[in-house]
Design a protein around this ligand. Structure first.
Ligand code: NAP
Ligand code: SF4
Length: 670
């Protein structure tokens, strides 16, 4: 059989060793790295990904000394005792013929602790606890030694290589730019001097580990901040990193403090592969493309186009540990695709919670959430085919239960079917494709367009109520005025919306509806780059250009009663993207609103004790949801074993992450 992804699945000879395919699982800080007691869980996590076919996994970042911690008492690789504990991880990966590299990361001014050291005494705009202390010349020398010492320990621990973290605005990146490095010693003052730090690290690491060890350098190809590297400097650095003895150059885009999105779902797939293609022209080493690559097709295309030699995907392996194996076996339609929502991975990491995955709650809980084949087959009915119902039905069926799924609408999806129509959220479609296929494979009997009643459900051993939510209609004079519509009518039913709009409620859905009313879905890469001010002109430092703002399609007022700034409750790593998008489109965001009434003149509100009339054509209600669970009580009364999950259980903070997790845990328990 010919390989469905010939480039992606072909091996890569690195001289002293061979990678079995072109797939790297990129580094992610899961939270398990910070305490040695979690090493057995990390071993299980990496083992599943190696078993699933990943050629080379990269761990989360380990600091080479405590000044480089991300967090107080965070992950370190500084002693033989620690290194020996990591044997459990490396042995587990090798058992499945995978390879694994330890990432060495010095956080520099991004450290959340008082001992942080950086190139200069310049505060990070996104990190609390003040300015870092500037390293003395001796401390810089020592830090280079510490990188080499960590690499040597990684080798002792059984790792196949190390990755030197030189991107995303961490210490190595900070040393490289005038923005964060104003030193006057041999480590600063000119591009030549600033480059010395990463080059010496790679040289010293290579000396320490010998020739038969992978040394990967992660290079920032676009910093996306002011006063950053020019392309010429980046290219020169790449040549020197190659000469210094690196085996592979991995790539990163944007510092964490950049105000341009680089990985959220609205970033087009493979949006930055063109930067890797430029790097490929500069060096002979294998180069790795990264950022928003989440399907085997996209990965294959980048390789087939000659833009890179390897593909790094990180979050896609949280979503599906078996990604590569499914691609190899021609089962790509069974891949649980990462939809780049960040809700359970990065949003957790940034608040010090263990990472997981919204669409795969088993991620980073491999030893705890286990779905074994059932010993007692039950007949289970699931009512409602939104995210909760889909997850429950498919997991139960795969455990061997006999499952019937009832959905009132003509198609599965619930709130996800609404989400996939929002510009920049097209990926949600993939989750529905995944579940639809999984229902098929699990033999779930699907009843679409059928509102289940008590009489349909009485004969089942268990009934799962996943009937979701309905929009909340606030009580307000004039709420039944023809100008008023709810968000479902706008997104699902496509009711006409005028040019002047008031959106009541500024939660996730208020923001989504505003974007729906302003932008097109499936925007071109060129247009997206213009809108965010990303430049491919080599003269523009950091890859920044002036944003090109298109005239807004509608005039929108986005309103909330709370006095806090709008969008505060949105995801930590994605909320700012939504706020910036709406701001750039001229949306008026009004907090502290009292809604007075609606009439032919428009929406009457009071803000700061002042009455205002918003003369709008349409008022869209995004004022939260109410649970729908009418079936639960009569079924319980009929003696049926009932379980209520998802939005039907709790509508407040209606949340697909909680819904899918709750459904999966229930499926594991039944
Ligand atoms: P939400 O976040 O609870 O927001 C509801 C909004 O309605 C709030 O702004 C609330 O703020 C207002 N509101 C509530 N009751 C009201 C009333 N009686 N009268 C007038 N206004 C009222 O809910 P949502 O926007 O429907 O989103 C639901 C969930 O979906 C989110 O929590 C999130 O988990 C998920 N989601 C997230 C995103 C995202 O992060 N991008 C996108 C879509 C959905 P005030 O009370 O201050 O007016
Ligand atoms: Fe991808 Fe969202 Fe899962 Fe993170 S939580 S891995 S972004 S699907």
């Amino acid at each position: 059989m010919t390989s469905p992804y010939p480039h992606l699945l072909s091996p890569l000879d690195l001289g002293h060793t061979t990678l079995r395919n072109r797939v790297i699982m990129g580094s992610m800080h899961t939270g398990m790295e910070d305490r040695a007691k979690h090493i057995p869980e990390l071993a299980a996590y990496f083992a599943e990904r190696a078993e699933g076919g990943v050629a080379l996994s990269v761990t989360g970042g380990y600091a080479p000394n405590r000044h480089g911690w991300l967090l107080p008492f965070g992950s370190l690789m500084t002693s033989r005792k620690l290194a020996d504990k990591h044997r459990l991880i490396t042995d587990a990966v090798h058992e499945h013929d995978g390879k694994i590299a330890l990432q060495i990361l010095h956080a520099g001014r991004y450290g959340y602790h008082p001992f942080k050291r950086a190139a200069s005494n310049i505060a990070s705009p996104i990190t609390p606890l003040g300015r870092p202390k500037a390293m003395s010349t001796k401390e810089v020398d020592q830090t280079v030694d510490d990188f080499a010492a960590s690499a040597k320990l990684a080798r002792r621990a059984g790792y196949d290589g190390v990755e030197i973290m030189g991107s995303e605005g961490y210490l190595v990146n900070q040393m490289l730019t005038a923005r964060t490095n104003n030193r006057t010693d041999r480590w600063g003052g000119s591009a030549e001097n600033r480059m010395r730090f990463p080059v010496e690290i790679v040289e010293r690491v290579r000396e320490a580990v010998g020739d038969d060890f992978i040394v990967m350098y992660r290079m920032s190809l676009l910093d996306l901040v002011d006063d950053a590297q020019s392309w010429d400097e980046t290219a020169e650095l790449a040549r020197r990193i190659e000469a210094a003895g690196a085996s592979i150059i991995n790539t990163g885009i944007g510092w964490h403090e950049a105000r341009i999105p680089t990985i959220v779902t609205s970033v087009p797939r493979a949006a930055f592969a063109w930067t890797t293609a430029k790097l490929k022209d500069v060096v002979d080493l294998p180069v790795v493309a990264s950022n928003r690559i989440n399907t085997p097709e996209t990965a294959e295309q980048i390789l087939a186009d000659g833009q890179a030699d390897l593909i790094s995907m990180a979050r896609p392996f949280l979503a599906d540990a078996e990604f590569v194996r499914k691609a190899e076996e021609g089962r790509a339609d069974e891949i649980n695709t990462c939809i780049a929502c960040n809700q359970a991975c990065l949003d957790h990491t940034f608040v010090n919670k263990r990472a997981s995955c919204m669409v795969n709650p088993r991620a980073c809980r491999e030893t705890e959430l286990v779905l074994l084949p059932t010993k007692t087959v039950k007949r289970v009915a699931v009512v409602g085919a939104g995210p909760a119902g889909l997850a429950a039905a498919s997991e139960l069926a795969h455990r061997g239960h006999q499952v019937e799924l009832f959905e009132e609408q003509a198609e599965v999806g619930g709130q996800f079917r609404l989400a996939m129509h929002i510009p920049g959220k097209e990926e949600f479609r993939e989750t529905l494709r995944y579940y639809t296929r999984r229902l098929e494979l699990g033999g779930v009997k699907l009843h679409l367009g059928r509102r289940a009643g008590v009489e349909d459900l009485a004969g089942f051993d268990d009934v799962i109520i996943a009937t979701g939510v309905e929009p909340r209609i606030p009580s307000l004079p004039g709420i039944d005025h023809p100008k008023v519509v709810d968000y479902q009518q706008v997104i699902r039913d496509r009711v006409p919306v005028g040019e002047r709009v008031a959106v009541m409620g500024a939660g996730g859905i208020g923001f989504d509806v505003s974007e729906f009313l302003l932008h097109d879905v499936d925007e071109s890469l060129e247009h997206w780059m213009e809108r965010w001010g990303i430049s491919d002109d080599e003269e523009d430092r950091g890859g920044l250009a002036t944003k090109v703002k298109a005239p807004p399609r509608r005039q929108i007022h986005l309103l909330q009663r709370k006095t806090s700034s709008l969008g505060k409750g949105l995801g930590k790593t994605s909320g700012w993207v939504h706020r910036t998008t709406l701001k750039d489109s001229g949306v008026e965001m009004v907090p502290g609103v009292t809604y007075d009434k609606i009439d032919d003149e428009g929406l009457h509100i009071t803000v700061d004790d002042e009455a205002r009339v918003l003369d709008v054509d349409t008022i869209v209600l995004c004022t939260g949801q109410e649970s729908v669970r009418d079936l639960a009580e009569p079924l319980e009364q009929a003696g049926v074993s009932v379980h209520v999950i998802g939005g039907a259980d709790v509508a407040v903070e209606l949340d697909a992450k909680r819904a899918i997790k709750q459904a999966t845990e229930l499926a594991a328990a039944l």
